[in-house]
Write a protein that binds this ligand. Structure first.
Ligand code: AMP
Length: 279
């Protein structure tokens, strides 16, 4: 496994693969890896000859400096996990390499970035698309894998990829969960033991919604918010029930896949979960 600390070095390694017509799969991450990230790597390996993973805690997608500073990091452990998973190249760029001096270019999906979770975290998705577009240009992959856990992010990236005509196939990978149902996340380590136990309420409330499976978004919303309300440690921050592809509101009589996107806070730690169900 080659570890590249500069974009130039990574370009050279990938260019050699391309010369022998090998296909490239990209897995962008912010590090502090877990089984969810490794599922993306496995998916990329099954679809491409070579896999490049990036580790970059992207400052432009964080609202508060404190959240950026608190983001957990463990590079040595990440590298051991990626090596064991059979990754070919890891790119760990410096901020100045991704955002050069005098940088002024942004990429934004103007509608999708500023709705739903994007309203709770202004500028977040603009930061995501700006960095992902750059990672696409750095690595020029054939495919790129993203988790369905960050559902709005996945749809935002699909739209950017289509609108800017990147010749890349975007692959969505299902959520990997802990044995008890909590969606794996690098943020889970920041939960106190009590909050970790209470966090099960996210998947439980989605299970309850799936059982109700009403075509009326208000019924689904009520089922979920009532379930969350049974957990005093949980503060509901976002609950959006939308058409799965466009993220538009559901009109009455809609039949097709809907996405339920949930964000819940526990003692300053924001956790996400989501479920796609077909009406
Ligand atoms: P992050 O390092 O949190 O930016 O995540 C990097 C990628 O891993 C994103 O595409 C996430 O959606 C994906 N991911 C994070 N957690 C999970 C999970 N539990 N299951 C599947 N994919 C995940």
């Amino acid at each position: 496994m080659q570890v590249c600390r500069t974009v130039a070095e990574c370009r050279d390694v990938l260019a050699a693969y391309r010369q022998t017509s090998e296909t490239i799969g990209l897995v962008p991450t912010m590090g502090f890896l877990h089984e969810g990230h490794l599922a993306l790597v496995a998916e990329a390996k099954s679809r491409a000859d070579r896999v490049v993973t990036t580790i970059f805690v992207n400052p432009t997608q964080f609202g508060e400096a404190a959240d950026l500073d608190a983001y957990p990091r463990d590079e040595a452990r990440d590298l051991a996990m990626l090596e064991a998973a059979g990754v070919d190249v890891v790119l760990i760029p410096e901020v100045a390499d991704v955002y050069p001096e005098g940088d002024e270019t942004i990429v934004e999906t103007t509608r999708m970035a500023n709705m739903l979770h994007g309203k709770v975290r202004p500028g977040h998705f603009r930061g995501v698309t700006t960095v992902v577009a750059r990672l696409f240009n750095f690595t020029q992959p054939d495919i790129a894998c993203f988790g369905e856990k960050d559902y709005q992010q996945l749809q935002v990236i699909r739209r950017m990829n289509r609108d800017l005509a990147f010749p890349i196939e975007i692959v969505g990978v299902p959520i990997v969960r802990e044995a008890d149902g909590l969606a794996m996340s690098s943020r889970n380590v920041r939960l106190s033991p009590e909050d970790r136990a209470a966090a099960l309420i996210l998947s439980q409330s989605l299970d309850a919604a799936e059982r109700v499976k009403s075509s009326d978004p208000d019924t689904l919303r009520e089922t979920i918010s009532q379930t969350i309300a049974t957990e005093p440690r949980a503060t509901l921050r976002g609950l959006d029930i939308v058409e799965a592809e466009t993220l538009n509101d559901i009109q009455s009589g809609y039949a097709g896949p809907i996405a339920i996107m949930l964000s819940v806070e526990f003692g300053g730690v924001l956790l996400l979960d989501q479920r796609v169900i077909t009406l």
